[in-house]
Design a protein around this ligand. Structure first.
Ligand code: UD1
Ligand code: CA
Length: 495
């Protein structure tokens, strides 16, 4: 197909995710025997009570993808998928089914008795490692770079527990970090909002919910956790105090990128995170040479690729794995999912398309609806209120007005008149319509499939075509017109 010719390597890599250039965070396949064995555990078993939802919290989407999938994507940049464990519990099967494609492992926390309990149930699998990086499945903005820094700091400090902290304008709701002394890396304790004194609540350094533990020290002391707190849960945060009491080293590493640690506990927080991700995506696209007017109104998923000099107008949604070439114009109110678009394509306002393919220089809309399997050829035109499904429209062909084309193979240089319909369905089976190069289909024709119209043939307007039409023929499939001279005048005179 022509698509393969089109070089998508020209497409700027415009993922909002950080670049892969930072080698230090990439999985180290060539681990020497002495380097530590590191696992990643992602806590994802909670219900998310504050969302008031049937859907488990970690499956709520931001940036077009579930929260947990963002965290898994960051994790598998740090460790091989075989060393990543998602701890699931509430609606576990649903979460597992949604995340199975990532290739990570799952650990079941059948009863969710707190973040500390999540690590208690993961003991069996984590015992095989020297260190475990613990991530929160509801904090999707975390980057592999930051996780990598946290891990390195933990290893350098030879700590039993290292937590990622951040300074927030408004720390409400987060656990606060109590340092041993000002400017010391060492941590005394983490105090949850509900248990914090008025003075402690003024502390703006918060616990992000990301940690690294030395596995042996974690599990040698984890029995020190208790449920003596506001939620009667085992808090992983209490490990700071437990390990301190056991004279183990607990340190914090504070990130400068405080926005990376935001968690999505409420619908409002999810909306904030979504907006941040999408704005970051738009900024990245703009940096790569794409014009995005009024970015706050556009919904662009993070895997979307767009080549330079393409213009995205306000109120456009570009979803899934959509790829758009260079010098295109996507006008307002287009909603495009998993569609590949060539260079120099114009999408006029209000086009809706999914799983379609559009070749260079095509012009679509306003209000074209391309359903799955629509392949629009180079320089073709698809106009207003035209619906297509599973078709090939050849180079330079036109279907400009009010038409349904389904299960059809249409050659090059074909003109499809206004109101043409391919009758592809008899209520049970679907049948194919073939329209060869250079055919002219007059307006308001119905083509009852299976049917073939040969090269260069003409279909007279308003025909119902039920039989194949040979090359270069004229087909008329309509009643002959009758004219009754003077009929109307006589009718008026009779009144
Ligand atoms: C937690 C921290 C808090 C920190 C905040 C950062 C605790 C007690 N508190 O609070 O200090 O500031 O994160 O975002 O850890 N989960 C399980 N199993 C459970 C309970 C929770 O896997 O039994 C998972 C949840 O699905 C979630 C994560 O752990 O992904 C964090 O739990 P959540 O209830 O959101 O903790 P926070 O109240 O945000
Ligand atoms: Ca949370």
């Amino acid at each position: 197909m022509k698509k393969s010719k089109r070089s998508l390597s020209l497409v700027a890599s415009s993922s909002a995710a950080p670049s892969r250039k930072n080698a230090s965070v990439l999985p180290d396949e060539s681990r020497s025997p002495s380097s530590p064995r590191i696992a990643v555990a992602i806590m994802a078993a909670g219900k998310g009570t504050r969302l008031k939802s049937q859907l488990p919290k970690v499956l709520h989407e931001v940036g077009g993808r579930p929260l947990l999938e963002h965290v898994i994507r960051a994790a598998v940049r740090i460790a091989a998928a075989k060393d990543v464990y998602a701890i699931i519990g509430h609606e576990a099967e649903r979460v597992r089914a949604a995340m199975e494609h990532t290739g990570v492992n799952f650990v079941l926390q059948a009863q969710q008795r707190g973040t500390g309990h999540a690590l208690i149930v993961a003991r069996e699998v984590l015992d095989a490692y020297d260190h475990v990086i613990v991530l929160s499945g509801d904090a999707p903005l975390i980057t592999p770079e930051t996780i990598g820094h946290l891990r390195n700091f933990h290893l350098e400090e030879q700590a039993a527990m290292t937590l990622l902290s951040a300074e927030l304008e408004d720390p409400t709701g987060y656990g606060r970090v109590l340092r041993k002394r000002a400017r010391s890396a060492e941590v005394q304790a983490i105090v949850e909002e509900k248990a914090a004194s008025a003075a402690q609540r003024k502390i703006r350094e918060i616990n992000s919910g990301f940690y690294v533990f030395a596995v042996e020290q974690l599990y040698d002391n984890i029995e020190g956790l208790s449920t003596d707190n506001a939620h009667a849960e085992y808090y992983l945060t209490d490990m700071a105090q437990v390990l301190r009491k056991a004279r183990r080293r607990v340190v914090a590493w504070k990130t400068e990128n405080a926005s990376e640690v935001l968690g999505g506990n409420t619908r409002a927080e999810l909306a904030d995170i979504d907006q941040q991700m999408r704005l970051a995506k738009c900024r990245q696209l703009m940096a790569d040479g794409v014009t995005v007017f009024y970015p706050a109104t556009c919904v662009i998923d993070s895997d979307v690729q767009i080549a330079p000099d393409t213009v995205i107008e306000p109120y456009v949604q570009l979803l899934g794995n959509t790829k758009i070439g260079t010098a295109c114009r996507v006008r307002s109110y287009c909603v495009i999912r998993d569609t590949e678009i060539g260079d120099g394509v114009v999408l006029r306002p209000g086009c809706v398309m999914e799983w379609a393919n559009i070749d260079d220089g095509a012009i679509l809309g306003p209000y074209s609806h391309l359903r799955p399997g629509s392949e629009i050829g180079e320089g073709a035109h698809v106009g207003n209120f035209v619906e297509t499904k599973k078709i090939k429209l050849g180079k330079g062909s036109k279907a400009n007005h009010l038409t349904y084309l389904g299960d059809a193979e249409i050659g090059a240089g074909v003109n499809i008149g206004a109101g043409t319909i391919t009758c592809n369905y008899d209520g049970i089976h679907k049948y194919k319509t073939v329209i060869e190069d250079g055919v002219f289909v007059g307006s308001d024709s119905t083509l009852v499939a299976p049917v073939r119209v040969g090269k260069g043939a003409y279909i007279a307007a308003a025909s119902c075509i039920t039989e194949d039409v040979p090359e270069d023929a004229l087909a008329l499939g309509r009643a002959r017109q009758a004219v009754k001279e003077g009929w109307a005048r006589e009718k008026r005179q009779k009144k």
